[in-house]
Ligand binder design. Structure first.
Ligand SMILES: NC(=O)c1ccc[n+]([C@@H]2O[C@H](COP(=O)([O-])OP(=O)(O)OC[C@H]3O[C@@H](n4cnc5c(N)ncnc54)[C@H](OP(=O)(O)O)[C@@H]3O)[C@@H](O)[C@H]2O)c1
Length: 269
């Protein structure tokens, strides 16, 4: 299967490298279309496939086309691609906010998969939600799931609404975690730890807590009960969190992200 990645930026490069590393595609089958000549030169040096500057030279050879440009670059790109695409080609878009119907109508195609990855995809620990138009076959979906899974976990969602919702949870989520980590590092520094000690204490605590959670069947609530003994230190912290409504603030933040994702989706129509 020939894959063409359009946009060889952060995500485009991550995908090309992940597919080849997982041996799910080969350099011979990988094509990257990159507009910026400097970036194209950098990509060519990485030896991850053939790099092109114009779609005329590569688009028609591709079975799967991955759209990995910024949403604001789509209008120009779609106009250029439209006369060259053919109906059997499958399109996988990772562009935030650009709806499946917009891609189908702008390109005159019907097989479109829309995915929302997140930044840890860069180290194979990503979380991607994806959905598709009705015309994509089960075999094509499995093939794309296998590709997405080379960057971490991938989950199929039935409705496109869940792509916006996953943007608010897993797409933006790493920033929420870093925000919480940063606040805890501040607290550690204020208690007298050095920068490097604060970073180590906090990052290893997050890593350990998540790995322990993943290794068992206990819910977060059960783990909290296990660690927070009555009258103890953890309980004191949790009491302070609940007095300041932290849980509600986190939920409100996630819903603010969902509202914004929906607004951006309307703008991108
Ligand atoms: N980064 C993330 O964690 C993440 C997560 C989820 C979704 N996404 C989505 O992934 C997409 C790509 O993000 P990114 O961070 O990889 O962006 P990026 O680093 O800016 O990469 C996009 C690349 O595409 C090139 N490009 C623009 N128009 C083109 C065209 N017509 N033909 C060929 N190449 C073209 C750009 O060149 P110029 O720089 O010259 O314009 C740039 O090198 C975005 O739509 C974003 O919403 C990203």
């Amino acid at each position: 299967m020939k894959i063409l990645i359009i946009g060889g930026g952060n995500m485009g490069l991550t995908y090309a490298q992940s597919f080849i590393r997982a041996q799910i595609s080969s350099k011979e089958d990988m094509m990257i279309l990159e507009k910026s000549p400097e970036r194209a030169d950098e990509l060519a040096k990485k030896d991850i496939g053939t790099v092109y500057g114009e779609p005329d030279d590569c688009l028609q050879k591709a079975d799967l086309i991955i759209l990995a440009v910024k949403p604001q670059d789509t209008a120009v790109l779609f106009e250029k691609l439209r006369p060259m695409v053919h109906p059997q080609q499958v399109f996988l878009s990772i562009m935030a906010g650009v709806k499946i119907t917009t891609i189908c109508e702008s390109l005159g195609v019907s097989k479109v998969i829309r995915a929302m990855p997140n930044l840890p995809a860069q180290i194979g620990q990503g979380m991607t939600a994806f959905t598709s138009s009705d015309e994509v076959t089960r075999i094509e979906l499995v093939m794309v799931q296998n590709l997405l899974s080379t960057t971490g976990k991938a989950v199929y969602v039935e409705k496109e609404h869940f792509i916006d919702a996953s943007t608010a949870i897993s797409g933006s989520g790493p920033a929420y975690v870093w925000f919480f980590m940063d606040a805890m590092m501040d607290a550690a520094r204020n208690m007298g730890f050095s920068n490097s000690e604060s970073e180590l204490l906090v990052s290893q605590t997050f890593l350990g807590a998540v790995e322990l959670y993943m290794a068992t069947n206990f819910s977060c609530e059960e783990w909290i009960r296990r660690v927070a003994s009555r009258g103890g230190t953890t309980e004191a912290a949790l009491k302070s969190f609940s007095e300041s409504n932290l849980r509600k603030d986190i939920m409100n933040g996630a819903f603010a992200a969902l509202n914004r994702a929906e607004e951006l989706g309307k703008d991108a129509k």
